[in-house]
Design a protein around this ligand. Sequence first.
Ligand code: SF4
Length: 219
Amino acid sequence: MEEEKDAILKYKTNKHQLRTLRENYPKIHLYEKPFIGTEDIRQFCYCKRKIFFRYVLRSPMPLTYKMEYGMLKHEKIQKIKNKADDHVQKYYNVYLSDAELGLVGFLDYFEYDGKEAYPIEIKTGNIPAGELINSHKMQVAAQAMLIEKNFDFLVKKVRIFYTKFQKFTDYSIDIEDKLKVMEIIQEIREIISKERMPIPIDNPAKCRDCECTKYCKRG
Ligand code: SF4
């Protein structure tokens, strides 16, 4: 009994010491620039203002129908995984970062077919008639850059799996797309550091699906 009391006391003392250490030690910033996520890049392309609400005001975000639906992704990945019986190497739920660029991303999965590697993103919406929509393209281009950085491949395409149609579609990406991602990262950092609220998007119809409507006067 006495031993137990001593152990609890020792733990409490240590906990107290630890807290004192944490509070009094100088703060160490390993990275000067804030890390930007591939998902932030998608949000920025949808509407720049979202970045302001998320990272400057740090407003709590309600879940939209689309977000809840997106959270079912892991079940969908499991189904694809179960069907995977080809020779292609697949890596699921991969977290990658690039400290130099200040970019991080959680990839649904990526493949290496023996010749090239490419990210695969799972989307729940419709297949676009022509090009991949810009917000999705920039998101997967950023994922491609993370694969390049971490595995030393040149990534020239991205693949989207449209769950509604159970169909994979490939899109090519080039250096211009990757340069645009770098510009976006820079612009996101500026919004955060200057605490500047960007103008709202041109198309008010997009505000209907936005989780920031309750903070944004436009919404
Ligand atoms: S409500 Fe509209 S303008 Fe405001 S952050 Fe959302 S999408 Fe942008």
